[in-house]
Design a protein around this ligand. Structure first.
Ligand code: IPE
Ligand code: IPE
Ligand code: MG
Ligand code: MG
Ligand code: MG
Length: 278
């Protein structure tokens, strides 16, 4: 069985414990053509420290719930006003905005619940909660910058914005894998940096996709950033490609500095960034 199928099964089982319209909307949004990059990052990171799939899956699945919750809100008319997500109509178009909002809350609560059931001692659990909560705050802060269309004038500001909006979840994924496996402080910091750099490179690719891809190539609309002050606008297409390549190299360097071999994460960089071939 492929790793993505195992993630899918665990997501499905976690959603099976409940019923109702919100649960149906959650199934509709979660069990639906996602790439699963964040849970895969967590699992590959945990694997490097000898943690079994069984022990990492609850946290990996929790991150996928948080990610999907953020996408449901991101697609709402008050945010990006998108009609297609993961090749299907967006959650609010099928279930209404009221149910979509509840579904987002539901998924973040479910993530907490499942994390609580994982097989770790109290100190690791506290560290994971701390990592996840900080990530949620960063993600929301990044979405706030996006919504307010804050002027972005320098590469430093782009890094901060992309780092918050997208890098933070990848960073938490890599760090939680390390926490589960008892990684040293130095390795945890390198894992965080690795996730951050990978996530930033990924968001560069996503913005290039929005600008350059044929419509709905990845099962979601393009041209959504037309009126936004995105980094692709600031740097130009070629500039954005060059900077993205720099973040890719930085992610690789972070892995080279780990005390453990992380071959699975090294391969993952290629896989994740191949999503956007633009
Ligand atoms: C979409 O994430 C939001 C971004 C940060 C670009 P993904 O591109 O990972 O979307 P799914 O989860 O595979 O649908
Ligand atoms: C990422 O940005 C969204 C989140 C961090 C939730 P986008 O708005 O570019 O993501 P897509 O393109 O809609 O997937
Ligand atoms: Mg958005
Ligand atoms: Mg969007
Ligand atoms: Mg986008």
């Amino acid at each position: 069985m492929e790793l993505s199928e195992k993630i899918y099964d665990y997501l499905e089982n976690a959603l099976d414990r409940d019923e109702g319209v919100v649960n149906e909307a959650a199934r509709y949004s979660v069990l639906n053509n996602g790439h699963f990059w964040r849970p895969t990052t967590l699992i590959k990171s945990a694997e490097a420290y000898g943690v079994s799939l069984e022990d990492s899956l609850p946290y990996a699945v929790g991150l996928e719930f948080v990610h999907t919750a953020s996408l449901i809100l991101d697609d709402m008319p008050s945010m990006d006003d998108a009609d297609i997500r993961r090749k299907k109509k967006t959650c609010h178009l099928v279930y209404g905005e009221d149910i979509a909002e509840l579904t987002s809350h539901y998924l973040t609560s479910l993530a907490d619940l499942i994390g609580n059931e994982g097989n770790v001692d109290d100190s690791k659990y506290r560290a994971i909660v701390q990592e996840t909560k900080q990530t949620a705050l960063n993600l929301i802060g990044g979405q706030e910058i996006d919504l307010k269309d804050v002027e972005i004038n320098s590469i430093c500001e782009i890094d901060r914005f992309y780092g918050m909006k997208t890098g933070s979840l990848f960073s938490a994924a890599a760090a939680i894998g390390g926490i589960l496996g008892g990684a040293s402080e130095s390795d945890l910091n390198n894992l965080r940096r690795f996730g951050m750099n990978l996530g930033i490179a990924y968001q560069y690719g996503d913005d290039l996709y929005d600008e350059l891809a044929p419509a709905a190539f990845l099962g979601k609309p393009t041209g959504k950033d037309k009126n936004k002050n995105t980094p692709v606008k600031v740097l130009g297409v070629q500039g954005a490609r060059v900077v993205r390549a720099g973040f890719k190299t930085a992610a690789s360097t972070n892995l080279a500095m780990l005390e453990k071999e992380a071959y699975g994460l090294e391969c993952l960089i290629e896989d994740v960034l191949a999503t956007h071939k633009f």
